[in-house]
Design a protein around this ligand. Sequence first.
Ligand SMILES: C[S@@+](CC[C@H](N)C(=O)[O-])C[C@H]1O[C@@H](n2cnc3c(N)ncnc32)[C@H](O)[C@@H]1O
Length: 275
Amino acid sequence: MAAFGKDVSSLLQTMTDQYGYDFSGYAPASLSRRIQRHMLESGVNDVQSLQQKISGDEQAFADLLRSLSVPVTEMFRDPLFFKYLRDIMIPWLATFPFVRIWHAGCATGEEAWSMAVLLDQAKLLDRCQIYATDYNEEALNIARRGIYKSSLMKVWQRNYEESDGPSVLSDYCLQRYDSLRMDRHLQKNITFANHNLVTDQSFGEMHLILCRNVLIYFSRELQDRVLTLFRDSLVPGGALCLGPRETLRFASVYDCFEPLETEWKVYRLKKDLSE
Ligand SMILES: C[S@@+](CC[C@H](N)C(=O)[O-])C[C@H]1O[C@@H](n2cnc3c(N)ncnc32)[C@H](O)[C@@H]1O
């Protein structure tokens, strides 16, 4: 925890000791910025006062937790990545009798719903189980409901078209006034669950793991731990997709993988780890 100032380290210690959330492995600059912004928004003058406020006040802690999570996402975010999934990964997944997919750090769920659309179009959804996890319970509740603002549809439809999606995305949503609800039949094979990548165990036997735009918030050491967790959660030959600004290059598990697609940071776990 050396890279954080004394007050921030002490705040993080309280969060770990009292609530079991360990942020000590997050990248110091961005985490400190988020703490500062939270203090500004909640009218707290200094880190010590914030520490006093959250100790013994669960709601104050929940508010801080929400400020530290960045649940920004979109349907078909990075459309060309989704085109890659559609053209290359989905036909590969179709070769398995049953498929397990993990979206780690799914935020409000759009990435998992997008995956369900792709699998449905490939008539694969019934043979797949999608696990979509995050530590942010509020974001997960939005993901579970699958209800979003209609105003988002314009961007989503553009992403969908750029990913080579057939017809229109609104075929998969029920639109009502200013909100839309994702089609319920997509949901039956998605499990949204609370899972903390820092403290919780691996999910076994995954064919595909997507953890996009999450590792950027972690220090190199924490990235390394989480990437080891992913290695241990994949079947031999399984694939890992990171975000465009993330990489396996410096991880201790680098040699366990081979790159499949360099722009979209897709890696395959070697079948024989002594290769
Ligand atoms: C920017 S969003 C990425 C959403 C989605 N993967 C995407 O690329 O569109 C980052 C998400 O990572 C989650 N996250 C951060 N640290 C986490 C942790 N330790 N365990 C689980 N989720 C975490 C945040 O709560 C947030 O919802």
